[in-house]
Write a protein that binds this ligand. Structure first.
Ligand code: SF4
Ligand code: SF4
Length: 136
C-alpha cells in the first residue's frame, strides 16, 4: 500500500461538487454517450471517476477493440422491457460496446449480454424508458 494514500486524496486545486451536482454532471455525460469508469490505480483506492468514449480512451480501446483487459465490466448488464419498445432505433448509437442491435427499423432491439459492459448509457437514449440494469 502506498503511503501517499493514507492521508486521503490530495484534492488541492480541484473543484468540489456536492453529491446532487455530481450526479447531474454524470447524467449530462450519459446523454453525450460517455461511459462512466471507476479507476483504482492502487486497488482498492479510487483514484478517479472518468467519463469517456472509445476514440479518446486508450484503456477502452485496448479492452474492447484489442481484447487486452485494461478495464473490466460492471457487475450489471442491460435489461429490456420490450413491451414498451417502439423500435425507433434511437438507442443504437448509445452503446460503445456494440451490444445493441436491431435487425430492421421498427423491430425490437436485441442485447448481446456477452458484449454488454453494464455502463447504463443506453438508459439515457431511450425515450420510452425501456432500459434498466440488472445484476449480470
Ligand atoms: S449497459 Fe450494456 S447495452 Fe447499455 S450501453 Fe452499456 S454496454 Fe451497451
Ligand atoms: S430507443 Fe427505446 S424505444 Fe427506441 S428502439 Fe431503443 S429501446 Fe426501443
Amino acid at each position: 500500500m502506498g503511503s501517499d494514500f493514507l492521508d486521503g486524496a490530495n484534492s488541492a486545486g480541484l473543484e468540489t461538487l456536492k453529491r446532487e451536482a455530481a450526479i447531474a454532471a454524470f447524467r449530462e455525460h450519459e446523454q453525450e454517450g460517455l461511459c462512466h469508469m471507476v479507476w483504482t490505480f492502487q486497488t482498492p483506492f479510487i483514484a478517479g471517476i472518468c467519463n469517456c468514449d472509445i476514440p479518446c480512451c486508450l484503456a477502452m480501446r485496448l479492452s474492447v477493440k484489442h481484447a487486452i483487459p485494461i478495464m473490466f465490466r460492471a457487475e450489471y448488464v442491460a435489461k429490456l422491457d420490450l413491451e414498451k419498445c417502439t423500435g425507433c432505433g434511437k438507442c443504437l448509437s448509445a452503446c460503445q460496446f456494440k451490444a445493441i442491435s436491431q435487425k430492421k427499423i421498427q423491430q425490437p432491439i436485441q442485447i448481446d449480454l456477452l458484449k454488454c459492459y453494464g455502463c447504463g448509457v443506453c438508459r439515457s437514449f431511450c425515450p420510452q424508458g425501456v432500459y434498466s440494469l440488472k445484476i449480470g
